[in-house]
Write a protein that binds this ligand. Structure first.
Ligand code: GLU
Length: 374
């Protein structure tokens, strides 16, 4: 199956909003009329049955004025303080404009570690999935208040791509003050040529086109946007970079506005399964009985009841091998329990997990979305 290339066809869409769009440079306040048009765009996507997540920058840009931090370069701790002040205001503004359309906002602040450490990755992903299932619009930003230089993304372009990959979104729309990718920096070369479509992967030639362009307000530029595109393409997510300065920024893209589209060769599901099947080093093995084997082959999840033994030491979120009764490898997947806890619940019904472990974990040992048959 190929990837979606149009916003109208996508099921799950991440929209990334750059600081320069959201925050008025002169006053440092949220550009409220513009935000209202974005909320209308989001409501329209939702009415079509599409899931929407927003990754928004602007916490530091909004917050700094309220702490009288007017010097142009903030020290790290000043940025963190500014983010703490600004994020409240940002979330409030988004909540108000979405409430006009009866949409509920949910704030999620994440760190680099949440997307790299598997256990936290699974937690973050499950929370986002649950919010979407319950109909909320997640508003995501980096947890700038606690993230220090060595452990932070620092830019929301890559953060948005990681989020899109994490929840297998089929579309990522990055809105900034740029029309997309040009073969040279268009602010220096008026004859620079716009690139509308990039398929499959980023060649060194394309990477070279990004130069070192930076935006004045946010921390992104074309360099971080291409880094985001690389993550998105690898995850099977289509990414669009478009100029979002004007009102109704999403509608404009849908109506054929100038943008650069990065189209992956695989869809998110295939890309995720390839990643599970290929690039991970399994940390353990579970052996399943014939009943469970049949269930796996018909596309079901692996439940604790069907497991007869466990080898190795693994943590929640690690990749493990699934073997049939005669010792042959039949599948690989990401496990929802640590080896210690898994050993306690194998052979038992899902309804008994809470009694045995003292907490209510996942129903499945390996969810079918996290499982690849050989
Ligand atoms: N997380 C930062 C903020 O909200 C922005 C990072 C970026 O500019 O991409 O202020």
């Amino acid at each position: 199956m190929s990837a979606q290339v149009d916003i109208s066809e996508a099921k799950r869409i991440v929209i990334k909003i750059g600081s320069a769009l959201l925050v008025d440079k002169k006053t440092g306040e949220v550009r409220r009329p513009w935000l209202e048009t974005l909320a209308e765009d989001i409501a329209r996507l939702r009415a079509r049955g599409q899931e929407v997540l927003v990754v928004s920058s602007g916490a530091i840009a909004v917050g700094r004025r309220h702490l009288n931090l007017s010097n142009s370069r903030l020290r790290l701790e000043e940025s963190q303080a500014a983010a703490a002040t600004g994020m409240v205001r940002l979330a409030h503004a988004y909540q108000e404009v979405l409430a006009h359309h009866d949409l509920t906002l949910a704030q999620v602040l994440i760190t680099l570690d949440d997307s790299e450490n598997r256990r936290r990755y699974i937690n973050a992903r499950n929370t986002l999935e649950t919010l979407l299932r319950l109909g909320a619009v997640p508003l995501i930003n980096e947890n700038d208040t606690v993230a220090t230089d060595e452990i932070r993304f620092g830019d929301n372009d890559r953060l948005a791509a990681r989020v899109a990959a994490m929840i297998s979104a089929d579309m990522l729309v990055v809105l900034s003050h740029m029309d997309g990718l040009y073969d040279r920096d268009p602010t220096l070369h008026p004859d620079a040529v716009h690139i509308a479509l990039i398929k499959g992967e980023l060649s060194p030639k394309i990477v070279a086109m990004a130069g070192t362009g930076k935006s004045a307000e946010g921390s992104g530029g074309m360099v971080t946007k291409l880094a985001a595109a690389k993550i998105a393409l690898g995850a099977g997510t289509c990414m669009i970079i478009a100029n979002g300065t004007e009102d109704y920024p999403i509608r404009r893209v849908e109506a054929g506005g100038v943008c650069t589209r990065f189209v992956p060769t695989a869809n998110p599901k295939t890309a995720r399964k390839q990643w599970i099947a290929g690039s991970l080093k399994p940390n353990g093995t579970v052996v399943v009985d014939d009943g469970a084997l049949g269930a796996l082959k018909s596309g079901k999840s692996l439940l604790p009841a069907g497991i007869t033994s466990i080898e190795g030491e693994f943590e929640r979120g690690d990749a493990i091998i699934i073997e049939g009764a005669s010792g042959q490898e039949v599948a690989r997947g990401l496990v929802a329990y640590s080896a210690d806890d898994a050993r306690k619940i194998i052979g038992y019904k899902t309804s008994e997990i809470e009694n045995i472990l003292g907490y209510r974990g996942r129903d499945e040992m390996i969810h079918r979305d996290d499982l690849v048959l050989n």
